[in-house]
Structures are given as C-alpha cells and as structure tokens.
Design a protein around this ligand. Structure first.
Ligand code: SAH
Length: 267
C-alpha cells in the first residue's frame, strides 16, 4: 500500500489572504513542494512565516517542463512523501492538475499501477479571472468563457474559431496568457478579430498582477484598446454586449436581453 500523498494546490492570484485554508494546511503538512520557480517562492514565503521552511524540500523548475515536473512529483509521492504541486490561481485552469493526470495516463508497467493507486487531491484556488472580475465589479456576472491565448499548446486557428463563436454567442470572455514577448502578434490578432464581431463600445478590463503590490486595472472600450495594455501578468476580460459601467465599476446584468439589442440574440 502506498502511503504517499500528492496535492495539486492553487495558490490564488498572489495575496497570501487569498490562499485558501485548505491549501495552507496542505503546505503545512508537506515534505516536498514542486512547481514553477515563482510559485515555489510564494509557497516558501508562507512556510517561512509558519517556521517550516527548513522542514520542506523545495523543488523549483522552469516554466516549460510541466510533464517532467508532474512525473517528479508522482515519483516522490510513490516513495511515501507528502508532496504539494503548486500552481498560481486554480490548478485546474491552464495549470498543473491536467499535467499530473497526463503523466499518470502516460505511465507504464508497475509505475502506472503505483501512480494510479496514489492519494491524489486537487485543491482549488482563486483563479485570475475571478480575482480580476471582483476588483472591477461584476463583469462576468452572466454567462462567460475563458480562453488561453498561448499558442504553445494549440494552434492559432483553434483559438480564432473559439473566440469567433464565443463572440457570436455573446459570451463575456476572459483571456489568459494574452501577450508574451516571444509571441506579441497573438493579441494584435485577437483585437482585430473582436473588432470584426463586436461593437466599438464593448468594454474591456485589463487586470494586471491582481492582488499583488504591482496590481493595475484599466477599463477601456474595444475601440481604445491597444496591444501594449496586456502582458503575461495580465488577464483581459471582455464584456458581453450588455456589460456597462456604473460609477467606477464594470458589471454585466444578470437579466439578459430584456433591455436592448444583443449580438447573436435569438429572435
Ligand atoms: N492557473 C492560473 C492561470 C495560469 S496561466 C489561474 O488559475 O489563475 C497564467 C496567466 O494567468 C497569466 O498569463 C495571466 O493571464 C493570468 N494571471 C495569473 N495571475 C494573475 C494575476 N495575479 N493578475 C492577473 N492575471 C493573472
């Protein structure tokens, strides 16, 4: 019987207050913490506060090695250790939870049996779009979807089709990984695509580094949006056709189609 445990934990958007008690407890009980360098640093800061920094083995790695990192965590858990894999936000949103299950699925022989028998738990966290929406008001107050703009793991035509159909169906949208230095063109294309199917007054929220000391929120219309407003620390929220401002807040009403035209509405 395997005694090890693997928790895949979400650290939230940045602030310690937004780490759930469940995740804090898992870190408190951990013998090993595995993850991308900045997230491991955040978990380490928490452990330092609790006086447990020396009691934990810290395994920080580069961003592009998710599957390797997942295998390392599974192997440690199979040795009987209590392992926490850390992600920012929620681990199930463009993060490590899928990578761990992919690693389990691709294991062979005795390793496959061992890994499938492990106690694996996914501990949710506050994902970036919800932290950002809360800061802005309630822009995701009606139906919405979220799309990862990174084309490292999927081709641009797939992204473009999803955006097009989501805009036609008048979903509000949240865009993760909007713009990196290595692929600045994706977000330019996104703005072009949105301008082709949404009105110029459509509201956008550029929420950068939410809940950290670098937090910055900017609300603008689609007509005024510029590619430079987004980077890899930004999540971009695009309202639906009914999203509006009241005072300094942005919100989407919960009643739909009762007051005015909306794109893609069914007659
Ligand atoms: N699992 C994470 C998402 C990882 S993808 C989550 O649930 O939030 C990384 C992307 O998340 C970034 O490019 C950015 O778009 C978004 N992001 C993560 N933290 C953020 C924060 N504090 N403020 C704004 N966007 C953030």
């Amino acid at each position: 019987m395997v005694s090890g445990r693997l928790c895949i934990a979400g650290l939230g958007p940045g602030a310690l207050q937004q780490v759930t008690p469940e995740v804090a407890q898992a870190l408190q009980d951990a013998t090993d913490v595995v993850g991308y360098l900045p997230y491991v640093a955040r978990a380490r800061a928490l452990a330092r506060q609790g006086g447990r920094e020396q009691a934990v083995a810290w395994h920080a790695s580069d961003n592009r090695v998710e599957l390797e990192r997942a295998r390392q965590a599974l192997a440690l858990a199979a040795q009987g250790r209590r392992v926490v894999v850390v992600s920012s936000g929620d681990p199930g949103v463009f993060a490590m939870a899928s990578a761990v299950f992919e690693a389990i699925e691709s294991a062979h022989g005795s390793e496959a049996a061992l890994w499938q028998a492990l106690d694996v738990q996914v501990l949710p966290g506050i994902t970036a779009m919800l932290a950002a929406a809360a800061r802005a008001g309630a822009p995701l107050g009606h139906d919405f979807c979220c799309i990862n703009l990174s084309d490292n793991l999927k081709p641009w035509p797939v992204i473009a089709r999803r955006v097009q159909l989501a805009a036609e169906a008048d979903f509000a949208m949240a865009f993760y990984n909007p713009r990196s230095q290595s692929r600045p063109e994706g977000f330019v294309r996104l703005l072009q695509l949105l301008r082709g199917c949404c009105e110029p007054g459509r509201l956008l929220v550029f929420a950068r580094a939410v809940s950290t000391p670098d937090e910055h929120l900017r609300v603008c219309t689609l007509a005024d949006a510029l590619p430079e407003m987004a980077d890899m620390r930004t999540v971009v929220l695009v309202g639906n056709s009914m999203t509006r401002t009241v005072g300094r807040w942005v919100y989407t009403p919960r009643h739909y189609g009762m007051d005015g035209a909306c794109a893609g509405s069914v007659p």
